[in-house]
Design a protein around this ligand. Sequence first.
Ligand code: AG3
Length: 278
Amino acid sequence: MDVWYTEKHQNEAGITLKVKDILYGGQSEFQKVDIIDTEAYGKMLLLDGLVMTSEKDEFFYHEMISHIPMLAHSRPESVLVIGGGDGGTVREVLKYNSVKEVVLCEIDEMVIDASKEFLPSIAGMLDDKRVKINIEDAIKYIERQKNRFDVILIDSTDPLGPGVGLFTEEFYNNVKQALRKGGIMVAQTESPLACQEDFKLINILLNKVFPIVKPYFAPVPTYPGAYWSWTFCSNDVQPKLNNETFAAQLEKETKYYNRDIHAAAFAMPNYVKSILSL
Ligand code: AG3
């Protein structure tokens, strides 16, 4: 079989992968949901034809979106994951004994069902009893949450389609209200190389809402630019490592995260400083 999958990036570049098998194709009320198996990156979840995650490189993304905020917090007990229906972020958050509940607020049940069936190494912890799955638009859900979560992780798609409302000042304000004292929000904030405009605009919005806003960076080989960002936001907590003991234990099994990476992730390349006018 000589079938290739391509995601185009701004219609001027892209990623192309040789397909071994097409495992699932569905159209939900919100988006197209596909699972394919590729030679180079293993099984992958695509939403509206865009790469969300792959078995081979998911660890960069899921470890970075979760361990940086979780280890900057003094004792995370209640965690909210917005989007993230593939379960990778939930899997990482469940590694903390302090965590009593993880609410997954995902708009599209088809993403969860397809991930559970075809991506067990990523979605395998979604049945854990600490996980509460809420199939709802997070824009609505967050309006009802006040002073409720220690860590909120926005594991969204790009600012397009069903994800667009998760990148607004109003939404971020509601997220802020949903945080407890000492709480932390991290959002995926696009590529500072391939999506410079989005990266900049999201950072401007976050700075209107939160007093502490610190972007951080890591590679994600299958995403646009292969270079990704997340942004750490809080009213009262800085992003430094706060739980050295647990980090030392955790880094024995993580594939990307360790204490050196935690410190280095916030180092900002000069061209990124210029994008953010710093
Ligand atoms: N969130 C998707 C990041 C956006 C990727 N963009 C793209 N391929 N154009 C990841 C979900 C993983 N839990």
